[in-house]
Design a protein around this ligand. Structure first.
Ligand code: F3S
Length: 430
C-alpha cells in the first residue's frame, strides 16, 4: 500500500507506540482488501470501553483500560499507552443500560467496571453518544465526507441519506482510525462503487414507518449486498423522513447486508436515474407490489404463534424525539397490561430531551420503561420469562427470535402499543 511520508512515520512509531500499532493494523487491513492507499477521515464511530466479565478479567490481568484498547481496538498483543484520539470520534452502543442493571441482569461489579471504561473513553476525547444512531444526536457528516463508522443501520444511513462515505468498519479498524485519522480507501469511499446495481419499481404506495421497514426487508433479501435504486414515480404518498429511512435502511441491512441505496429524486446521489446508475444498466429490475408486501409481512411474522404478548420492545434503531412524542400521544392515559412489559430504547441525549418535554413521565406513568445505550438484541436482555415479543422494527424481528428463541410479532407502533396495553397481539396487514 502506498503511504504518505506522515503515514510512513506513524507506521515506524515516530509518533508513539500506539500510533505505530494503529497504523500497522490499517496497513495489514488495507492490504488484505487490496486498497492502494489510505484516506483521511475526521469522523469515526466505533465502540470503546468494555462490558463483559471477560474484558474485566483481561483488564485486571494485563494493566487496565490501555490493555483493553490495545487488544480489542488495535489488535495488538503488546500493551501500549493510548493517547487522546486525533479524529473526531464517537462511541456507539454496548451491551446494557448502566441505569437499569437489575432489569438487564448485570451485577454491580460489572457496572463499576463499565463506568471505569466510560471515564477512560471520555478521557481519550471520544464522544459518549451511546447509541446506534449517531446521526440522531448531532453527528451528521456532510456529503462526500470520508467516515469510518461501525453499525450496519448507521452505515447505510450515512452512505445513502447523508451522502457521506463509509464501509462497515469494525471495532479494531475504528480504534486505529481514531488515533491516526486514516482508514483504507476502498469500497464505498470510491465513487465508482457507489452506483446502483438493481432497479426497484414500486407498484404500490408506501406510507408509514412500518411500510418502509417492510419494503427494506424485502429489498435486502432480493439484492443482498448490492445497491438498490428505488424509482418511486407516483408511489410515495409523501417524502420519507428520517424515521422512515432509518427503518428502511436498518431492515435492508439485516435481511440482506445492503450498505447503500438510492431513491431517485430524494437521496443526494440520485437526482435522476442516470445519476444513480452512472453508465451502468441495472442488472435486474425488481417489482414491489401487494403480493411482495404480503409475503414479506408473513415472513417477518412466521414464528409468531401465541397471541399472548409478554414483552413489547420499541426503539430499534433507537427512537428519536419525534417517535417518543408520537408514542407519548398514543399511550397517554393508558396502562401497560399486568402480563406484559414495555421497554423503549433511545439515545441518552434524546432521553434527556424526552424528560424535559414530559414524554418520559407519560410513558412511565403508563408503565413503560425508558432505556438507553443498548437494546434487547444487543444486550440479550428481555423481561424474565418472555416468550412472545411484539416489535415495530423489522430488524429486531429478524434478530431477536434467532438470538433468544422467542416468538416475535412485527407490526406498526400502534399495533405494539395496543399489544402492550392489552397483552394480546391483534396486529395484521391492512
Ligand atoms: Fe440499534 Fe439494537 Fe437495533 S443496536 S439498530 S436498537 S439491534
Amino acid at each position: 500500500m502506498k503511504l504518505s511520508d506522515i503515514e510512513q512515520s506513524m507506521l515506524q512509531g515516530d509518533q508513539g507506540a500506539a500510533i505505530g500499532r494503529a497504523m500497522d493494523l490499517l496497513v495489514r487491513y488495507g492490504e488484505a482488501l487490496g486498497a492502494e492507499c489510505l484516506v483521511e477521515t475526521r469522523n469515526v464511530c466505533g465502540t470503546v470501553g468494555a462490558t463483559t466479565p471477560f474484558m474485566r478479567d483481561f483488564a485486571q490481568a494485563r494493566g487496565g483500560m490501555d490493555a483493553v484498547f490495545s487488544e480489542f481496538n488495535l489488535d495488538s498483543d503488546q500493551v501500549v499507552n493510548i493517547p487522546p484520539v486525533r479524529a473526531f470520534s464517537s462511541h456507539l452502543q454496548l451491551g446494557f443500560d448502566p441505569e437499569q442493571p437489575v432489569r438487564m441482569g448485570v451485577n454491580e461489579e460489572t457496572i463499576r467496571f463499565y463506568k471505569t471504561g466510560e471515564r477512560f473513553t471520555a478521557g481519550l476525547g471520544v464522544q459518549l453518544l451511546n447509541t446506534c444512531t449517531p446521526y440522531q444526536v448531532g453527528n451528521v457528516p456532510t456529503r462526500g465526507e470520508h467516515c469510518a463508522w461501525m453499525e450496519s443501520s448507521a452505515v447505510i444511513y450515512c452512505n445513502s441519506v447523508l451522502g457521506a462515505r463509509t464501509n462497515t468498519e469494525g471495532r479494531e479498524s475504528t480504534g486505529a482510525a481514531m488515533l491516526t485519522e486514516r482508514i483504507p480507501y476502498w469500497g464505498y469511499h470510491l465513487p465508482a462503487n457507489r452506483l446502483g446495481t438493481h432497479l426497484v419499481e414500486l407498484d404500490i404506495a408506501i406510507e408509514g414507518t412500518s411500510e418502509w421497514g417492510l419494503l427494506g426487508y424485502f429489498i435486502g433479501d432480493q439484492v443482498k449486498d448490492q445497491i438498490p435504486v428505488l424509482s418511486p414515480q407516483q408511489s410515495l404518498a409523501r417524502v420519507p423522513g428520517l424515521t422512515q429511512l432509518k427503518h428502511f435502511g436498518a431492515s435492508a441491512s439485516s435481511s440482506g447486508g445492503v450498505e447503500m441505496y438510492h431513491i431517485v429524486g430524494i437521496t443526494p446521489e440520485a437526482q435522476s436515474l442516470e445519476m444513480a446508475f452512472g453508465q451502468r444498466r441495472p442488472t435486474e429490475v425488481i417489482h414491489y407490489g401487494a403480493r411482495e408486501r404480503r409475503a414479506t409481512y408473513e415472513r417477518l411474522n412466521a414464528n409468531g404463534n401465541s397471541r399472548d404478548v409478554d414483552y413489547v420492545m420499541l426503539g430499534c434503531p433507537h427512537y428519536n424525539i419525534e417517535q417518543l412524542w408520537e408514542l407519548a400521544r398514543m399511550i397517554e392515559g393508558r396502562k401497560v397490561h399486568t402480563n406484559c412489559e414495555l421497554w423503549v430504547f433511545t439515545p441518552r441525549a434524546i432521553k434527556t430531551l424526552a424528560d424535559q418535554n414530559g414524554y418520559t413521565r407519560i410513558i412511565e406513568a403508563a408503565g413503560g420503561i425508558m432505556m438507553s445505550d443498548s437494546c434487547s438484541a444487543m444486550s440479550r436482555a428481555v423481561p424474565e420469562g418472555t416468550q412472545v415479543v411484539a416489535l415495530d422494527s423489522a430488524k429486531q424481528a429478524h434478530y431477536l427470535p434467532a438470538i433468544l428463541g422467542v416468538q416475535a410479532w412485527f407490526g406498526t407502533t400502534q399495533d405494539c402499543v395496543n399489544a402492550a396495553c392489552t397483552g394480546r397481539w391483534e396486529g395484521g396487514l391492512a
